[in-house]
Design a protein around this ligand. Structure first.
Ligand code: AP5
Ligand code: MG
Length: 211
C-alpha cells in the first residue's frame, strides 16, 4: 500500500496514519515530524526550516523533496508507506511522480475549518515520536506522557490560534488543489473526518479496502 494522506492541518492525518500504519505494517512518513525532529536536534536543515514551521508557512519545495527522496529510498519503504503531509504543493506532487513510485491512492480527510480551530487548541504532541493526543478527544493514559514511547507531551508552537488560521489559508491556496490533481489521475478517495476518531477510522479503512 502506497498511500498519500491529504487534509487540512488538524484534519487527523497523523492520528489516522498511526492506525493505518499498524494495521498494514507500513511506515508513516510525516514531513512535519521529520522537520520538527531536525529542528529539535539543531541540524542545518532544521535551522533553515525553523522560521517557516514556527510561523505556519510551507518549507521550500526543494528542501522537502530532498527529505522525501532520501526517506523513500530506505529499506523499510519498499513494501509500502503512508505519506502524511507530503505532497503539499503541485510541484511536490510532480516531483513524487518523477520518482516513478506508483501511488495507490490519495485519501483526503475532510473537516470544516471551524472544527479545526477547536481541535488544535487541545492538541498535545509527543516531543520524541510525534504522536498526537487531545486534552478532550484523545487523552493519553497518563497525563502529559506519550502512551507509545513515554516521552513528554508538548504544545506545538504552530498551534496558536492566529497561526492555525494562517495555516488553513495556506492549505486552501496551495494544498487543496492537489485534490483535483489526484482526481484527474483517478487516485482520489475522500472521507468525512468530522466525527469521532474511531468513526473516521472506520470510514478510512472501508475506503482503503476498495483499492
Ligand atoms: P504537519 O506537521 O504536517 O502539520 P499539518 O498538515 O498542518 O497537520 P497537523 O499535523 O497539524 O494535523 P493532522 O492532520 O496530522 O492532525 P492530528 O492527527 O494531529 O506540518 C507542519 C509544518 O511543517 C507545516 O506548516 C510546514 O511548515 C512544514 N511542512 C510539513 N510538510 C511540508 C511539505 N510537504 N511542504 C512544505 N512544508 C511542509 O489531529 C489534530 C488534533 O485533533 C489532535 O489533537 C488529535 O488528537 C485530534 N483529533 C484527530 N482526529 C479527531 C477526531 N476525529 N475528533 C476529534 N479530535 C480529533
Ligand atoms: Mg500531523
Amino acid at each position: 500500500m502506497k498511500l498519500i494522506l491529504l487534509g487540512a492541518p488538524g484534519a487527523g492525518k497523523g492520528t489516522q496514519a498511526e492506525i493505518i500504519s499498524e494495521k498494514y505494517n507500513i511506515p508513516t512518513i510525516s514531513t512535519g515530524n521529520i522537520i520538527r525532529a531536525a529542528l529539535k536536534n539543531g541540524t542545518e536543515m532544521g535551522l533553515k526550516a525553523k522560521a517557516y514551521i514556527d510561523s505556519g508557512r510551507l518549507v521550500p519545495d526543494d528542501v522537502v523533496i530532498g527529505i522525501i527522496k532520501e526517506r523513500l529510498a530506505q529499506d523499510d519503504c519498499q513494501n509500502g508507506f503512508i505519506l502524511d503531509g507530503f505532497p503539499r504543493t503541485i510541484p511536490q506532487a510532480e516531483a513524487l511522480d518523477s520518482m516513478n513510485i506508483a501511488i495507490d491512492a490519495a485519501l483526503s480527510i475532510e473537516v470544516a475549518d471551524r472544527e479545526i480551530v477547536k481541535r488544535m487548541s487541545g492538541r498535545r504532541v509527543c516531543e520524541k515520536c510525534g504522536a498526537s493526543y487531545h486534552t478532550e478527544f484523545k487523552k493519553p493514559q497518563k497525563d502529559g506522557i506519550c502512551d507509545a514511547c513515554g516521552s513528554t507531551l508538548v504544545i506545538r508552537k504552530d498551534d496558536e490560534p492566529d497561526t492555525v488560521i494562517d495555516r488553513l489559508d495556506i492549505y486552501h491556496k496551495q494544498t487543496e488543489p492537489l485534490k483535483s490533481y489526484y482526481k484527474e489521475a483517478g487516485k482520489l478517495l475522500a472521507v468525512n473526518g468530522q466525527s469521532k476518531v474511531e468513526d473516521t477510522t472506520a470510514l478510512v479503512l472501508a475506503a482503503l479496502s476498495e483499492i
